[in-house]
Design a binder for this molecule. Structure first.
Ligand SMILES: *[C@@H]1O[C@H](CO)[C@@H](O)[C@H](O)[C@H]1NC(C)=O
Length: 219
């Protein structure tokens, strides 16, 4: 049986995700995984797993509503047999609450978090930071995490469901650490940053396959 990972291809950095997953398949010889762009509900319902890429959350949500895909996405991501990963705008789109702008972005209300958009301010809106993810991805230190007008998770609304995976220190040491990666239940991952923009580094995508896609699809 082939496991299908779909990448939502309405808007944003979907091509880079597809390229990273294709490299994982080549380098790790996954014989039974296929990657497809998702543009409509026919594509969507072929998938076992869905990645919602970075881009512009307002546009992504509007396009989904205008094309009639929103309801299908809502049903798909709320199905506990699917694995889901949202990066940057994808994190915003999956979240339950936004600290502001909720009248602009209708979200899928899946992940029990409150998200602040453009959380790093204008000065530092884009940066790359070497992160040590080895506490949750074995051996993955010095991963070049790319943040572009990145959101942060301001609050976990249900700590029974959501585990914080990674935080960055706030600029002001009196402030709380900034949550930039989290997992809900076993099957949902959200990241503020863009692992698909780490040029030659497929470790994050490979971990998603190993830790989320394959265990779930073999049930
Ligand atoms: C990364 O963090 C782990 C603990 O989670 C630590 O053992 C390791 O030394 C760190 N690696 C680097 C390169 O800082």
């Amino acid at each position: 049986m082939t496991v299908i990972i779909g990448v939502l291809a309405l808007q944003g950095a979907f091509f880079e995700h597809i390229q990273h997953f294709k490299r994982c398949i080549d380098e790790h010889n996954y014989a039974n995984i296929d990657i497809i762009p998702v543009r409509n509900e026919i594509d969507l319902y072929k998938c076992d797993s869905l990645v919602i890429p970075g881009g512009e959350s307002t546009s992504m949500s509007l396009i989904a509503q205008r094309t009639g895909l929103f309801e299908h996405l809502y049903n798909f991501v709320h199905d506990p047999s699917k694995t889901i990963w949202g990066t940057c705008a994808g994190l915003i789109f999956l979240s339950k609450e936004l600290s502001s702008g909720s009248e602009l972005v209708k979200t899928l209300k899946l992940v029990e978090i409150r998200v602040k958009r453009n959380a790093f301010g204008r000065q530092t809106h884009s940066f790359t930071k070497d992160c040590n993810f080895s506490s949750f991805i074995p051996g993955c230190s010095e991963f070049p995490a790319v943040f572009i007008r990145a959101p942060v998770i301001e609050k976990v609304l249900d700590s029974k469901k959501v585990d914080i995976l990674y935080t960055l220190a706030a600029e002001n040491s009196h402030d709380l650490p900034l949550i930039v990666a989290a997992r809900q239940n076993k099957n949902i991952l959200v990241t503020s940053f863009h692992p698909e923009l780490a040029d030659d580094d497929i470790r994050f995508h490979n971990w998603f396959i190993q830790e989320f896609v394959l265990p779930y699809s073999q049930k």
